[in-house]
Design a protein around this ligand. Structure first.
Ligand code: KG4
Ligand code: ZN
Length: 375
């Protein structure tokens, strides 16, 4: 393999409340089991959680302002962080200057949507300006395909071999804005089987956390309290668990929690009540997600299941899908915890898969932020 065969990608993510940049390398050869070989050289995430937790949720205008402030230092940090790997010791550089690395970048990948438009615009326009200045092409990436491909970007050749023959695959994407069930026919072709008709799974976690007075983002807080509670304590509804389609609904479940808390108001001392509410609510979400994913796997004769998105950090969900996959002799893929939430590494991975699948980047002029971009 020659050095020229490698493609280096600078990836930028700003769709919601994380300003992130990463540098990845796509090796042009040595792919295993028909998958691209990707190496992450650097990844930087500047979270805005402290800003938004004061407000109880993401405030788009505030998020956009923070992106504007953070994007240049974040991109520079990712570039300098990749310097040593990029130059392979071939050149002696101080690696303090991001511009040295910029000259080695082949593509600029950026999240084009879906997301909050004021946030998206910052990353997209930054990437376009960088493209204009450097002549490097821009790859607009669908944020959801970043999640979709996130379980595969860091797999080693050995694990590819172990898990070979994994298509068709049923992929469950669960994030703050989306709950989507996807049928992946192969590495390039996929179709959406169903999605939420109201709240996304992550949104339901965040709203229930708010009802319990827990800080934003509520998903991880609920997960922690749930681990101490009894998942069978309260029989919350499992909306649409038996519906024939592959759609989801979580608004009713959230309302059921609201009514339960109205009838059983927690006090400062009712730690047990809170842990039981969290565990029982979480179990209801996990049951619905797992049942529909398994039903789709059965219907489409899947060989494997994959899980991704912010809510895939939820240990009960990971455990349930992993166990059920084993029971039905399906392979199971999930990203490492560091790649479950929003970051630029997964955007770079999706761009690498696009290039690997033959995508030809167009001029930056054709690239636009689209808040409603569909998978
Ligand atoms: O993918 P992501 O970072 O952003 C979007 O694309 O929306 O997902 C964020 C969502 C939030 O709703 C957050 O509460 C949820 O993922 N989340 C979790 C956990 N960690 C993050 N939900 C349940 N359990 C967790 N451990
Ligand atoms: Zn996301």
């Amino acid at each position: 393999m020659t050095v020229q065969n490698r493609k280096t990608i600078l990836a930028i993510e700003s769709s919601c409340d994380e300003t992130a940049a990463a540098v990845l390398r796509l090796e042009n050869s040595g792919s295993a089991a028909g998958f691209p070989k990707i190496k992450t050289l650097s990844s930087v995430v500047k979270s805005q959680i402290s800003l938004h937790s004061k407000m109880g949720g993401v405030v788009p205008e505030a998020a956009a302002r923070a992106h504007v402030k953070n994007i240049l230092p974040v991109v520079k940090k990712a570039l300098t962080g990749a310097c040593n790997s990029i130059f392979d010791g071939r050149q002696k550089l101080s690696c303090k200057n991001g511009e040295d690395v910029l000259s080695q970048i082949d593509y600029i990948a950026v999240t084009a949507g879906p997301g909050l438009i004021p946030s998206l615009i910052v990353g997209v326009e930054f990437a376009k300006a960088l493209s204009l200045a450097t002549g490097k092409p821009v790859i607009p990436v669908n944020h959801l395909s970043g999640h979709l491909y996130s379980p595969f970007g860091r797999l080693t050749a050995k694990s590819y071999k172990l898990k070979a023959n994994f298509f068709p695959m049923i992929s469950l994407i669960v994030s703050g804005g989306h709950t989507i069930l996807v049928l992946m026919e192969d590495i390039k072709h996929y179709k959406v089987l169903g999605q939420t008709v109201d709240d996304a799974a992550g949104e339901a976690f965040d709203k229930v956390a708010k009802l319990l007075g827990l800080p934003y983002p509520g998903g991880p807080q609920i997960g922690k309290l749930a681990a101490k509670g009894n998942p069978a304590a309260i029989n919350f509804p499992r909306p649409m668990i038996n519906s024939k389609d592959y759609n989801f609904s979580f608004a009713g479940l959230k309302t059921a929690v609201l009514y339960y808390l109205r009838d059983n108001p927690p006090t400062a001392k009712s730690y047990k009540l809170k842990t039981n509410v969290c565990a029982s609510f979480q179990q209801a979400v996990v049951d619905v997600l797992a049942a529909k994913t398994l039903r789709a796997a059965n219907e489409f004769k899947a060989r494997s299941i994959s899980l991704s998105g912010g809510v895939s950090a939820n240990l009960a969900l990971r455990k349930s899908l992993n166990l059920k996959s084993k029971t039905f002799n399906l392979k199971f893929f999930a990203p490492p915890l560091s790649l479950t939430g929003d970051n630029a590494e997964i955007i770079g991975m999706a761009a690498a898969f696009m290039l690997f699948n033959g995508y030809k980047p167009k001029s930056y002029k054709a690239v636009k932020a689209d808040p409603n971009l569909e998978l």
